[in-house]
Design a protein around this ligand. Structure first.
Ligand code: GLU
Length: 287
């Protein structure tokens, strides 16, 4: 058993992060396995070293010890570029030059159904550019790389994953449309980087919030395309604040730093979370 906790250092960790980390830590320790830490810091404009240091301090305060050195996504850019190159050589990705405004304008016209998370799917504007136009614009314009979802999904066929304790679930990546695998401003998207790293780190069980169930559709497809192992997944419930809404990084009162400052006992909090007891006013929204 190898589990991981993978915060993005773009803000303070809150109770929801503590819950996720406590579950992943407990699953590893109960099985005599390993618990690894990964810093998802590919977004150079939003990641801060101060948040990395704070996350490590928060986990130490909770008593959630991790094995080995924290893994840094910013050190894995070559692996992401290699995977993208592989998909490119197989004609499964294409460069997209669209701005947000281009996409919004196209979506204002009649378009297809929204994806699994209710967002509109990319309308495919750059999918059919000629090779000559692509080459010309590649040299001159900012671009991201998108997966040609129809081709990729057809190549991969039917896919599913094991949801811990619940059996197999069918993956529906096609509903997401042509997702971005490398961004204009970052060398890999969350989907690509996370899928490659989970495999590279040897993660056997991915424990994360139910808000990422839809992402697992895409991660399962990328595993099939890139020949990566598929871990078991466990999507846990999300912690809601006193206002009934899911916690977000802006909820300062639920930040672990704030709880530490007011004298909360970290290891006792981690134990409570693991056993499903939440501080007064907080509730768990089950998937
Ligand atoms: N860095 C991602 C996040 O904080 C990790 C999500 C995941 O566990 O896959 O949302």
């Amino acid at each position: 058993m190898l589990t991981r906790f993978a915060p993005s250092p773009t803000g303070e960790l809150h109770l929801g992060h503590a819950y996720s980390a406590a579950l992943a830590h407990a699953a590893a320790r109960a099985a005599g396995g390993r618990f690894h830490l990964r810093i998802d810091d590919i977004d150079g404009s939003r990641s801060r070293e101060s948040h990395v240091a704070a996350a490590l301090a928060d986990l130490a305060w909770l008593g959630l010890d991790w094995d080995g050195d924290p893994v840094r996504q910013s050190h894995h850019l070559e692996a992401y570029a290699a995977a993208l190159g592989d998909l490119r050589a197989r004609g499964l990705v294409y460069p997209c030059f669209c701005t947000r405004a281009d996409i919004a304008a196209s979506l204002a016209a009649p378009h297809g159904p929204p994806n699994a998370s209710g967002a509109a799917v990319y309308p495919g504007i750059c999918r059919h550019l000629s090779a000559a136009e692509r080459a010309r614009r590649l040299a001159a314009e900012a671009h991201c790389w998108r997966l040609d979802m129809a081709r990729a999904a057809a190549l991969a066929g039917d896919l599913g994953w094991e949801e811990a304790g619940q059996g197999m679930r069918a993956a529906d990546p096609a509903a997401h449309g042509d997702i971005v695998l490398a961004r204009k401003d970052a060398p890999a998207s969350y989907h690509l980087a996370s899928t490659i790293d989970d495999a590279e780190m040897g993660v056997t069980q991915v424990i994360r919030g139910a808000d990422l169930i839809a992402s697992t559709d895409v991660h399962r497809l990328l595993q099939a395309l890139l020949g990566l192992a598929t871990p078991v997944y466990r999507h846990h419930g999300l912690i809601c604040g006193p206002d009934g809404r899911r916690l977000a990084k802006r909820d300062a009162a639920a930040s672990l730093a704030a709880l530490r400052r007011v004298g909360v006992d970290g290891p006792a909090l981690a134990k409570d979370l693991r056993e499903g007891r939440l501080p007064a006013g907080y509730s768990l929204q089950t998937p």
